[in-house]
Design a protein around this ligand. Structure first.
Ligand code: NAI
Length: 483
């Protein structure tokens, strides 16, 4: 078994060396190919932060274990961390948060154990970074939630929950407001849940989830969420167990998986040998289990938990009455505790699985294959126009452009209807959504829409437009607030 290792920037090399020393001392049967990624690779002129050789090695080997990496500021380059997750379609971000004895939190002091796994969709949502400023005053972000994208992360979460014997799997969402996007994610969750009747599955609105996680974290087990909500909820969970220094992360795809700590390069303490390697070690332990090295993972994790229970710590956490260890001393303490069993949360030591290296091959793009296409037709169009006039003025002009095909249905501003009815108290910005539908509800052709576009452009700047589709007898677009 050979994996790619990128040590990263700042404290990256120090904590990676500490973790690899622990692995070596435990005779983990893995070989490492160190690859070039990170700030200095950007500086050498590689705009995606990795050399072509690094990309090739990672694609061949399928596993990347990485330290934190810095994104150069002000050069217009994208984060190599995000590029890696997206390029290799690591669609599920898994983070395990468990109470660690020796890491004091309000919950550990109250004797409330926490063991929560967050599975966050890792590619879609507003993280596509597709943003525009249609007018000087308005910035828009496109939010992508797709059926194949949601299904693959939700299926991963259910499979993982089943394998780990989890007691509950919960979908966090905001489908009460974002009925189509979060609604689709929830629909996919409910669809997949039917295939796992042995698992208790339920859903919760994300704000309620945030409150309940703080009040009764012990009630939750596996939680699956869309990208942005998952990002926020996972940091909330990190706070419950003592902060980002104890947060491991696995980015899982069908062909490539990336294991890394959640924290950054900590430039303020880089090069001093005082960084805490726990989060990267926990990520490495997750990787060992992913690869089937169950025994190595359990022995190392038990040694880590035992070490923490002894009050041994680095400078960033733990009791002030016990002097903090440096990175090397802390990892040596873990090595000296191999074979010890912690009082709390001990992991059963089971044999390593038979590991057969997988041959990675991508023959077709599975994302394009979705369910049977439903009967779909166009019934209207939303025209987003720049205008600083009142709705009544816009309506008068637009009604003329409707012609014999279109009916002006309503005008909204920031999602709230302002015409034909509305309130004088609704504040307006200079981007209106003017909604046209076909006169008698009959299907329209794209040419009809283009005709309307040409006519309307005589009076207004059209910033963008969206077709209004009916799909399988259902409206595939949202109504404006108040419509
Ligand atoms: P950071 O996580 O590097 O540091 C925040 C604070 O936590 C600092 O005071 C730091 O000393 C401390 N800290 C972090 N990790 C620690 C550890 N293992 N042991 C002891 N103390 C630790 O976050 P910041 O300062 O916002 O980002 C610094 C750089 O890291 C930026 O260039 C950012 O882009 C990058 N970054 C990279 C990530 C990745 O590679 N996945 C994730 C987050 C940030």
């Amino acid at each position: 078994m050979k994996i790619a290792v990128a040590k990263g920037d700042g404290i990256g090399p120090e904590i990676m060396d500490a973790v690899l020393t622990i692995f070596e001392a435990n005779q983990v049967p893995i070989e490492y190919e160190v690859v070039d990624m990170g700030k200095w690779v950007f500086d050498k002129g590689f705009s995606n932060g990795m050399t072509p050789e690094a990309q090739h090695a990672i694609e061949e080997l399928g596993i990347l274990f990485k330290g934190p990496m810095e994104t150069p500021k002000g050069k217009g380059v994208k984060s190599v961390n995000v590029t890696a997750r997206k390029t290799w379609n690591t669609y599920a971000n898994k983070r395990v948060f468990q109470s660690l004895h020796g890491v004091d939190t309000v919950f550990s002091k109250a004797g409330i154990p926490i063991d929560i796994t967050i599975v966050r969709e890792n590619i879609e949502d507003t993280y596509g970074g597709i943003e525009h400023m249609p007018t000087h005053d308005v910035a828009l972000s496109r939010r992508f939630i797709t059926r194949p994208g949601s299904l693959q992360v939700i299926k991963y979460a259910f499979e993982m929950a089943k394998k780990n014997g989890s007691r509950r799997i919960t979908c966090g969402h905001k489908a009460n407001i974002m009925k189509l996007t979060d609604g689709l994610f929830l629909e996919c969750f409910q669809e997949v849940a039917k295939e796992y009747p042995e698992l208790r599955s339920d859903d919760i609105i994300v704000d309620d989830l945030a409150m309940k996680l703080v009040v009764r974290p012990q009630d939750f087990d596996v939680v699956v969420l869309t990208n942005l909500q998952g990002d926020i909820i996972s940091d909330l969970c990190a706070g419950l167990v003592g902060g980002l220094g104890f947060a491991p992360s696995a980015n899982i795809g069908d062909h490539i998986a990336i294991f890394e700590a959640v924290h950054g390069t900590a430039p303020d303490i880089a090069g001093k040998n005082i960084a805490n390697p726990t989060a990267l070690l926990l990520s490495g332990i997750t990787m060992l289990r992913h690869l089937g090295f169950m025994k190595n993972a359990a022995v190392i994790e038990n040694a880590l938990l035992y070490t923490l229970e002894q009050g041994i710590h680095t400078g960033d956490f733990g009791s002030k009455s016990i002097p903090g260890k440096n990175t090397t001393e802390f990892s040596q303490a873990i090595i000296s505790n191999f074979g010890k069993t912690p009082e709390h949360g001990a992991k059963p030591v089971i044999p390593n699985m038979d590991v057969t290296p997988t041959v990675f091959k991508l023959d077709h793009n599975q994302m394009m294959v979705s369910e049977e296409t439903k009967k779909e037709f166009i019934v209207g169009v939303d025209m987003f126009i720049e205008c600083s006039e009142q709705p009544e003025y816009i309506a008068k002009k637009c009604q003329r452009h409707g012609g014999v095909k279109f009916n002006l249905v309503n005008i909204s501003n920031r999602g709230t209807q302002v015409w034909p009815t509305g309130s004088v108290y609704t504040n307006l910005v200079n981007l209106y959504n003017v909604r046209f539908e076909s006169l008698d509800g009959s299907p329209l052709h794209q040419q009809d829409v283009l005709g309307l576009y040409v006519s309307l452009s005589g009076d207004f700047k059209i910033c963008s437009s969206e077709l209004l589709n009916m799909s399988g007898g259902k409206r595939a677009y949202s109504l404006a607030q108040g419509q």
